[in-house]
Design a protein around this ligand. Sequence first.
Ligand code: F6P
Length: 358
Amino acid sequence: MRIGILNSGGDCPGLNAVIHGVVGAASTLGWEVVGFRDGFEGLLPPGDYMMLDPERTVGIMKLGGTILGTTNKGHFVAKVGEGNVAKVPDEIINKAKGTLRHLEIGALIVVGGDGSLTTGMQLCEAGIPVIGVPKTIDNDLSATAYTFGFDSAYSAVVDALDRLHTTAESHKRAMVLEVMGRHAGWIALYGGMAGGADVILLPEIPFQMEHVANAIRKRDAAGHHSTLVVVAEGARLEEGTLLTKGGGEAGEVRLGGVGDHVAKQIEKLTGKETRSCTLGHLQRGGAPTALDRILGMRFGVKAVHLIAEGKFGRMVSYQQYQVGDVAIEEAVNKLRLVSKDGDVVRAARSVGISFGDS
Ligand code: F6P
């Protein structure tokens, strides 16, 4: 048996742990593993790939990024603009099929977020035996309680807030930190709570600048002269606008700018000196946390076991501390968003964190 693996979309801490898990489990079964480079693009004839064996993957778990390379552009894009589904052309799918046939690959593991898994589902519908592995630092796939990469990403937010805290206090300023989180605000919420943010602005909870300003005024009146604000890049302005930096034609739009906007508004409304900072790809790069290494490895092992059971069209999923599986279509059609009335947000409100909505 020979199987293929590729990762697609943005990179994510823990991808190499998945590869490690896949290669380890496959070699135990006596299978060969072919790793395709640069996402689905590696499937285009004649195929851009490397053979993976335990010797090649020793020590990769601790590395950030992915040894296979990845892309969120190219011929196989299935999500465009603000997340609309696009059909991968039949001609491209047939080329991928040809490469897999030529290399005698019996099943393909696709490690990706909702866009890449949508592509994976289209390949599966076209007859390629696909297994999905969920990957996103945003942790926003509803079919899995946790995705690897999230823990590493929000740990970077906590580290940034710890640093911003000392400079904000020294200057009695408000500091705004813009973090990733396209549709869901999990990174902002967890990172903000663990990092001691006073205000957290999310895509799921519409905010008003007057409420944000009030939270800061109240803190000043109580003698707390610095304020930390975390805002997810996907949080919309009061009138519903999403701030973007272009893109969209060849993939999803690039988000960014809401942090600067919020900082300017805070200064205008409160007169308080305010600075903003965008964490950007610092929260996606670097070594995975221990949790993400374990999760990634377990996901990789499970993907191989699903192939052994012939359960194609399934995606590895983590529920109630167990690694199981769900239909890929179940995973891509529904995002897991932060609930305004959920337990985590309620806990944050109980300790005085403002979400800018009251
Ligand atoms: O989906 C993961 C993600 O990190 C988003 O949070 C962010 O909007 C996007 O990827 C950034 O992508 P790129 O690396 O193309 O700028």
